[in-house]
Design a protein around this ligand. Structure first.
Ligand code: UTP
Length: 288
């Protein structure tokens, strides 16, 4: 299968990052100096995606604005001969082709994906949760697309999590095909530890087929009136082979305070112009 479009969900409330996310959508919060949403758009583009569909809550247009031109700022940078900065700003305007869909109320990931149905049409597509960001030898989405292409089937990203983390995620039951690759035969959203079918948790990257849309539309809202993506995936796995792939690389949860902080350090240490000062600072605090 050939995947051209990626749906990025950015219509949640971001309650775990309040008050930072009160006015600014949490997807605009930075990883060092780059908004999380740009980090994941770059991952999608590096993975071969041609069109980005942003699912936004109405009235929160900042996320889309970040990828549009800023004529005033560009003019000033040009006048002041700040060509490097001008390139950085213009890069964001030229990253990809964007389309939007709106989710009027944050009624869950499944509901958010459903809002992109028309924009996606009848073709396979990727889904990205922008608070999960990855750092590895190859973009996480590219790793999933390779599996989707060779197996001609939908696939989700998996990560082994420690027992204390199990009840935060969708946990899957699997039939292992080969190292890292599993067929999904069951899944439970946020199970108590003693009811978890494995320690493999679904992370925020998916390659899906459009037959998930009617399954999501038929899904009954669960707790809090939310339509869970996990329920749609479970229904999909009953109809066709659905895979999970343990991606290679590091994952940061930007929607969580500690994840947000570790991402700043992890990505900061990778920047040659920042690494020495950051490392020196970390040494001092850790030794005091
Ligand atoms: P999260 O569950 O991490 O985001 O969803 P949240 O609900 O905004 O955050 P908390 O838990 O209240 O702190 C992962 C991604 O899915 C989007 C969010 O914007 C986030 O990027 N999302 C979530 C939606 O677009 N719609 C929803 O109904 C829920």
């Amino acid at each position: 299968m050939k995947v051209r479009k990626a749906v990025i969900l950015a219509a949640g409330m971001g309650t775990r990052m309040l008050p930072a996310s009160k006015v600014i959508p949490k997807e605009i919060l930075p990883v060092v100096d780059k908004p999380a949403i740009q980090v994941v758009v770059e991952e999608a583009v590096a993975s071969g995606i041609e069109e980005i569909i942003l699912v936004l809550s109405p009235g929160r247009t900042t996320v889309l604005q970040h990828f549009q031109s800023a004529p005033e700022l560009e003019r000033l940078l040009e006048q002041r001969l700040k060509h490097d900065l001008l390139d950085i700003v213009r890069h964001t305007n030229r990253l990809a082709r964007f389309n939007t869909a709106h989710q009027h109320e944050p009624l869950g990931l499944g509901h958010a994906v459903l809002q992109a149905r028309e924009a996606v049409g009848d073709e396979p597509f990727a889904v990205i949760l922008p608070d999960d960001i990855f750092d590895g030898p190859r973009p996480c989405l590219r790793q999933l697309l390779d599996i989707a292409e060779t197996e001609d089937a939908p696939v989700v990203a998996l990560l082994r999590v420690p027992p204390s983390e199990i009840s935060k995620y969708g946990i899957v039951a699997v039939k292992t095909v080969r190292p890292r690759l599993h067929q999904l035969i069951g899944m439970v959203e946020k199970p108590p530890l003693d009811q978890a079918p494995s320690d493999l948790a679904i992370m925020g990257r998916y390659v899906l087929t459009p037959d998930i849309f009617p399954l999501l539309a038929a899904g009954k809202p669960g707790a809090g009136g939310e339509i869970q993506l996990t329920d749609g995936l479970l229904a999909l796995s009953a109809r066709r082979k659905l895979y999970g792939y343990e991606f290679e690389g590091e994952r940061y949860d930007l929607g969580d305070r500690v994840g947000f902080l570790t991402a700043q350090i992890g990505f900061g240490l990778k920047r040659p112009e920042l690494a020495d000062r950051l490392r020196a600072y970390l040494k001092t605090v850790l030794s005091s």
